[in-house]
Ligand binder design. Structure first.
Ligand code: URA
Length: 305
């Protein structure tokens, strides 16, 4: 069914409807290789080829974007050779063949984006596109300021130098402190290794947001689809949609309290253990290469993702 070009652009997450009209009038939109400046123009999603500034716009319904508040105690992959629960067990009602963008460790919790949009996933995973990953780390005691400074100055890890873009005290809890750590790459166990390298003892690792979308309002184990505006902002932040990326909010949601309600039961029971003890977690079908993958060097420290 045909629809107005500006409506198509808005629901595809390119821009708001008003901004989409501006893009059309400015001659930045092409339909089937031809510049279209008429606001009344119509397109057939999935059939007509629409580009903005030369970038292909996918038909709105062709992509799925869901944010999960991953609870601790599950792996981020589709299946686990050890038969442990996986984050997919919590993705209720998602029929698209989505994959996680990057991973959170087994014991870590917080925002994980699931999508079938390989281009966005690749951009979010690649350090070149400047996607900042924000973590809140609960550490034992009061971290010495020098430790946080060292994390930013850079430390040497077993797979090369690494640094945090930011490391600062975020909030004092009763006996512990939440430290905000921002990194610019998804190297294996990076935040844990940075903290350990400067002598911090980690008690919890929480990712409050991913790509600017926070887990606010979600309980551990719950997920929700992203709005068109959230998808647009995420795409803008990695240069996949026209327009300035919106400034990232400094206010971060808190990690869920550990006592009280646990995460809801997964939608399907965890898979039975598989024999063979394979070499790591299998990648879901469709998953792009270049995601947040282990470095390939064995760590053997008993950690798992
Ligand atoms: N860094 C870690 O150490 N673990 C994660 O899960 C994510 C980043």
């Amino acid at each position: 069914m045909q629809e107005r070009l500006q409506k198509f652009l808005a629901s595809a997450g390119v821009a708001s409807r008003r901004k989409a009209e501006e893009l059309i009038v400015q001659g930045r939109v092409k339909v089937n290789q031809r510049v279209v400046t008429e606001l009344g123009s119509k397109v057939e999603p999935g059939k007509d080829l629409v580009t903005v500034d030369g970038k292909l716009v996918s038909a709105p319904e062709s992509r799925a974007y869901h944010l999960l508040y991953k609870p601790p105690g599950c792996v981020t992959t589709a299946s686990d050779p050890e038969g442990r629960p996986t984050a997919f067990d919590y993705l209720r009602g998602v029929s698209a063949r989505v994959f996680p963008v990057g991973r959170l460790d087994w014991d870590a919790e917080g925002a994980v984006l699931f999508t079938d949009d390989g281009e966005l996933a690749n951009r979010l995973a690649h350090p070149r596109y400047g996607h900042r990953r924000v973590y809140l780390v609960k550490v034992k005691g009061d971290p010495p300021p020098e430790a946080l400074q060292r994390m930013v100055a850079g430390v040497r890890l077993e797979d090369g130098p690494a640094r945090a873009l930011e490391a600062a005290v975020h909030e004092h809890a009763e006996k512990n402190v939440w430290v905000r750590v921002v990194v610019g790459e998804g190297r294996y166990h990076l935040v844990k290794r940075l903290c350990e390298a400067v002598g911090l003892q980690i008690q919890r690792l929480f990712r409050p947001e991913f790509g600017g979308v926070t887990v606010e309002g979600l309980r551990p184990g719950q997920s929700r689809p992203l709005s068109a505006a959230e998808v647009r902002a995420m795409k803008q932040s990695v240069g996949l949609a026209p327009g300035e990326p919106s400034p990232v909010s400094r206010s971060l949601p808190k990690a869920a309290r550990r006592h009280g309600h646990g995460p809801p039961a997964p939608a399907r029971p965890p898979a039975p253990p598989r024999g063979g003890g394979g070499a790591g977690e299998p990648r879901p079908r469709n998953a792009p290469r270049g995601g947040e993958r282990p470095s390939g060097r064995g760590r053997g420290g008993g950690r798992s993702r």
